[in-house]
Design a protein around this ligand. Structure first.
Ligand SMILES: C[S@@+](CC[C@H](N)C(=O)[O-])C[C@H]1O[C@@H](n2cnc3c(N)ncnc32)[C@H](O)[C@@H]1O
Length: 663
């Protein structure tokens, strides 16, 4: 466990608080208090604004208590989940213990039950109606994907008020806290950028006392190999030293030629920074480096910081049972403080606070909603199933996306909800029943057996098993339990699954012919590399626009690898950018094999046309057989079989072959 993640211990001054604009957690509030107690250390060119920020931080420390346990408890409970299997954290059947929403106050939540007139014209905008409950910030600030309240006009004093929390003042207090957190996140961001990029700043800090000066001088140069050894011998560096060294490295890497120590290379700074990130946030060095490489230096820190903050609690209205406005009304009447997630979804609600366990309300039990991360709406929106279609959800347990698909099909057509893990199909079936899905067939095959089991689907969703590097805030065990070998095995499985998923789509479908591939991981090996592999192995598919309104473009080049330019049509989602779990979505159109066809690869709005050269048989563009080389695959398949046996409590036979990992 890293310095930053150590539970409930008095934390160090955070490197950068609240990268993700959310309510502060206990550790952060404590950190603010500690900061206030320590001798002031100011940025040289500190503005009025940042003075105000430190004031706000102190205020927040005293006012945020009512929220803190919510976050900490959620973190602990979420950690109990098995990530590999249920990596996007959706409800696993009955989730009856979300009682962390209970207020800490001795005073129970009181106040008149709110009644809203929902009997207005059907055509009245739902956002407008929900705005009566909580004014939608999406309207005011459409660039935000999940609202944070940063644009709230509430007075800060609302958050500090000593008055008891009531239904009447809860909204204002909630907004004020959100606004504080967002304002601080912005300021932190500015400070970080200033530290990294301010050309004029020769020194990071003014020294307010001599002790500080000594400490800062100590970390202003990179430790030599001997010093590192010494540091290790003493049980690792002091957390404050690590923090300042990280800041220092970020700053140097921002303008290397000017700021680096003489004789030290860029890679030495990167190495030191990665090693400090690993120890500060509690990652193994391999994963810290893998994730660090995805972003520019300062942004990488934002990503790691965002992984320390829980994402918003969100629910998806089950339109087979109710309408969002009715659900919102019912939950508000039970003391739930919520608002629509954003314009991009008409079924999502963000829960800010609740006086009842949100996983055990009568509405939940009656299947009116699914507890579901906002990011998991995305692949289904991209899939866009049409009524009466035949859809395959190849890796579907516990069914968040299956039940969403069933709802979009309006209980027509059929969804085959498959999952290789039979035990997990129980929670899948439970959710299917609870949500009243009548068009779902649950089955349990290894996805690689499709399309032999059944093919000819109008649409296929492959929400692939993955490393879960997008959901570290939910399951911090990922920080230490993923090795290079895991990524090699996962990418191999994903490549096998994606070919089977493509082959299960009917190119003759009148209404569809689409595959959506998604993961809750942010690594390139599990995303763009898999998609690019599929494009190479199956020339009869092309990538198309996902139809999602936001998300960063997929990489077309990454660390020496060059992918098909159309991979830019795929979309990446990040906790520090979109305030949702890290996610990846790609959408393919499957065309007929055996005919030369024109492939449109739209790249940044430009449309390239190329002849794909599809052949009659199952061969790739070099005339080599498509599919897997049995010999090459044997160790991987053997490894998978061993894992399955272990999972069932059986002892696997000795290995006859070994899986090669990349050098
Ligand atoms: C990311 S989770 C799926 C989450 C699900 N789509 C949802 O929205 O609730 C990945 C799933 O893949 C399943 N899985 C792993 N290997 C598989 C395989 N070879 N074939 C089919 N499913 C597999 C796991 O059991 C796990 O439930």
């Amino acid at each position: 466990m890293g310095h930053r993640s150590r539970n409930k211990q008095p934390p160090p001054e955070p490197l950068k608080e609240n990268a993700s604009p959310k309510k502060p957690g206990k550790r952060k509030a404590d950190a603010v208090e500690e900061k206030a107690a320590r001798p002031a250390k100011k940025a040289k060119d500190q503005t009025q604004k940042s003075k105000k920020a430190s004031k706000t931080k102190k205020k927040r420390a005293s006012s945020a208590d009512a929220w803190e346990d919510v976050e900490d408890d959620m973190g602990v409970k979420a950690q109990a989940r098995s990530l590999f299997e249920d990596s996007d954290g959706e409800d696993d059947a009955f989730v009856g213990d979300l009682d962390e929403f209970d207020m800490d106050d001795d005073e129970p939540l009181r106040g008149p039950i709110q009644a809203f007139d929902f009997d207005t014209d059907e055509e009245e905008s739902e956002t407008e109606i929900l705005g009566k409950i909580k004014k939608s910030k999406q309207i005011e600030r459409p660039s935000q994907i999940i609202p944070t309240g940063s644009n709230s006009d509430s007075d800060d004093s609302d958050a500090d008020s000593d008055d008891p929390i009531t239904m009447a003042n809860m909204e204002a207090r909630s907004r004020a806290l959100d606004a504080q957190a967002a304002a601080e996140a912005e300021l932190d961001m500015e400070e970080m950028q200033a530290a990294a990029f301010d050309e004029d700043a020769e020194e990071d800090f003014d020294m307010d006392d001599e002790d500080e000066q000594v400490e800062v001088e100590d970390v202003s140069h990179l430790p030599t190999a001997e010093e590192k050894e010494e540091e290790k011998r003493k049980g690792g560096p002091d957390v404050h030293v690590v923090q300042r060294r990280m800041r220092q490295c970020v700053r140097v890497l921002g303008k290397f030629s000017k700021r680096a120590e003489q004789g030290r290379s860029r890679s030495e700074y990167v190495e030191q920074l990665v090693s400090d990130i690993a120890s500060y946030y509690g990652y193994n060095e391999f994963l810290a480096e893998k994730l660090f490489q995805l972003f520019p230096v300062a942004e990488a820190i934002e990503f790691f910081e965002a992984n320390e903050v829980p994402r918003p609690v969100t629910i998806r209205t089950n339109t087979l049972r109710t309408r969002r406005r009715d659900l919102a009304q019912a939950l508000v009447n039970r003391g739930v403080n919520l608002e629509p997630i954003g314009k991009w979804t008409n079924v999502g609600l963000q829960v800010f606070e609740s006086s009842v366990p949100i996983g055990a309300t009568p509405e939940y039990l009656a299947g009116h909603y699914m507890l579901q991360a906002a990011s998991s709406f995305l692949p289904v929106i991209a899939l866009a199933p049409q009524p009466n279609e035949r859809v395959l959800d190849m890796a579907s347990a516990p069914g968040g996306k299956t039940t969403h698909i069933a709802a979009l099909l309006q209980n027509t057509g059929v969804v085959f909800a498959n999952d290789a893990n039979k035990a997990r199909t129980k929670s899948l079936s439970a959710n299917v029943h609870r949500l009243g899905c009548k068009n779902v067939v649950v089955c349990s095959y290894d996805g690689r057996e499709f399309p032999k089991v059944m093919g000819g689907f109008d649409r296929v969703l492959l929400d692939a098993p993955c490393s879960g590097t997008g959901v570290i805030s939910k399951d911090s065990s990922v920080k230490v339990n993923k090795s290079e070998r895991d990524f090699t095995l996962l990418a191999h499985l994903q490549k096998q699954l994606i070919l089977c998923a493509i082959d299960s789509v009917s190119p003759d479908s009148k209404t569809g012919g689409y595959l959506v591939y998604s993961t809750c991981s942010v690594t390139v090996d599990e995303n763009e590399a898999v998609v690019d592999y599929a494009l190479k192995k199956r020339p009869n598919v092309k990538l198309v626009d996902t139809g999602l309104e936001f998300g960063r473009e997929g990489y077309t080049k990454y660390r020496g690898k060059v992918f098909n330019p159309s991979v830019s049509l795929t979309r990446r989602f990040y906790p520090h950018v979109h305030n949702m779990d890290g996610f990846y979505v790609a959408k393919f159109k499957v065309e007929k094999r055996g005919k030369n066809s024109t492939q449109e690869t739209s790249n940044n709005g430009k449309v390239d046309t190329e002849v794909t050269g599809i052949t009659e048989t199952n061969v790739d563009e070099k005339g080599e057989p498509i599919g897997f080389d049995d010999e090459e695959d044997r160790p991987y398949l053997e490894e998978a079989a061993r894992r399955r046996m272990k999972a069932k409590g059986l002892r696997p036979p000795p290995r006859t072959s070994t899986v090669k990992t990349a050098a």
